[in-house]
Write a protein that binds this ligand. Structure first.
Ligand code: PLP
Length: 402
């Protein structure tokens, strides 16, 4: 009885759990953000002002990439990357069946042919053998998505792309700041490994602004030049429109907020990894719960996700697999308790009305088809507290292990 009361007392005292905690994070950088936003307003340089250029330079330094081209959002970043590479209607572009729709949406919008392939059951990222099977003479590009913050098997993807003369466009919307170590020890930031990378600064992403924002990364000077024109109505010289472009800009207010946050990005990602480690520890002895792994490079045999060489997972999401059919029961319990959670993603892209196609055969999507019924994402952000993690884990175990 006493223990019971004590437990509920603790739960009442616990801070309300958020899926993403944008507010507490803001409180910590409020003084700097407020004053720099005011400065932008007073300067009147709202579009392409000095703040945007300063952010671009700082991001280039952080990522170790030659060119960062800011734009309006992550979806635009993907679309512009594909336009910059000169992909043409009918070109086939291979991407993962298990991702956010933006990835396939832009392929379809540009009248390229999306080729969805199944993912790997351990990493949830695009499966290399399936990419190989999908390559045809029309294939022009591969779009790996670093899903949930976990860098895809870039070594194999780059090798394959080289053999078949394909472009690699990284969808890095969920993995900004993640590191990838190649077998030879070479280390590169996610998003800077392929021909071009695209990211999003949507507020809930690991580096989020307070509105929409995005960026394109590349080490290719020519491609960077082409893309800088595309984001600005295809203009390289004022009022001379050489190519069909778009209007896609990061505004100065968002840039100044991102400048305030960028120096903390590594600490933010470490806080996420720390929370992930605590979650995984809590589920250690649960036979029906599969916790995320981060094994990506052949050097690491620990599969721990958290050793120095496994800095390839920055936990945009912390996603469990509930393998005993109790996922929906768990979701119901979380709803009853008023606890946040996510089902990312509930429907495979090849089954979405907009992207269905006779080319797709169900037996080729066994992993994605299973994942959509098993995944359960727990609250993940930089402000999670130990009692919150413990409480969430207790509820999960009560339902799943009952
Ligand atoms: C968020 C996201 C995008 C799109 O970013 P927006 O800024 O919302 O347009 C693209 N791909 C993936 C995998 C994402 O998670």
């Amino acid at each position: 009885m006493y223990i019971c009361n004590y437990t509920s007392f603790k739960v009442e005292r616990m801070k309300k759990i958020q899926m993403v905690d944008v507010k507490s994070k803001y409180e910590k950088i409020k003084t700097q953000v407020d004053s720099s936003v005011l400065e932008v307003i007073e300067s009147g340089a709202f579009i392409n002002g000095p703040e945007v250029h300063a952010f671009q330079k700082e991001m280039e330094d952080y990522l170790g990439v030659k060119h960062v081209i800011p734009c309006a959002n992550g979806t635009d970043a993907l679309q512009i990357a594909m336009m910059g590479l000169g992909l043409k209607p009918g070109d086939e572009v291979i991407t993962a069946d298990f991702t956010f729709a933006a990835t396939v949406e832009v392929i379809a919008l540009l009248q390229l042919t999306p080729v969805l392939v199944d993912v790997d059951p351990v990493s949830y990222n695009i499966d290399i053998e399936n990419i190989k099977k999908a390559i045809t003479p029309k294939t022009k590009a591969i779009v790996p998505v670093h899903l949930f913050g976990h860098v895809a098997d870039m070594e194999s993807i780059m090798q394959l792309a080289k053999e078949h003369n394909l472009y690699v466009i990284e969808d890095n919307a969920q993995a900004i700041g993640a590191n990838y170590t190649f077998t030879d020890g070479k280390n590169q930031k996610a998003g800077t490994i392929g021909d071009v990378g695209a990211t999003s600064f949507f507020p809930s992403k690991n580096l989020g602004c307070y509105g929409d924002g995005g960026a394109i990364f590349t080490n290719n000077d020519q491609l960077a030049h082409t893309i800088r024109g595309i984001v600005n109505h295809g203009m390289y010289v004022r009022y001379h429109h050489d190519v069909v472009g778009v209007n896609s800009r990061l505004d100065s207010i968002q840039a100044t907020i991102l400048r305030a946050k960028l120096p903390h990005l590594d600490a933010y990602n470490q806080a996420r990894q720390e929370a992930a480690r605590k979650y995984s520890k809590a589920f250690e002895d649960c036979p029906s719960i599969i916790t995320p792994t981060a094994k990506n490079n052949q050097d690491c045999d620990k599969s721990c996700g958290f050793c120095a060489t496994c800095d390839c997972h920055v936990f945009h999401q912390y996603t469990l697999r509930i393998t005993n059919g109790k996922r929906d029961e768990l979701a119901k319990r979380f709803q009853e308790e008023g606890l946040p959670f996510g089902i990312y993603y509930p429907i495979p892209l090849h089954l979405q009305k907009a992207y269905k196609d006779e080319r797709y055969k169900e037996e080729n999507f066994q992993v994605t088809n299973r994942l959509v019924d098993e995944v359960f994402s727990l609250p993940m952000h930089t402000e999670l507290e130990d009692d919150q993690i413990a409480h969430l884990a207790t509820i999960v175990k009560e339902v799943v292990e009952a």
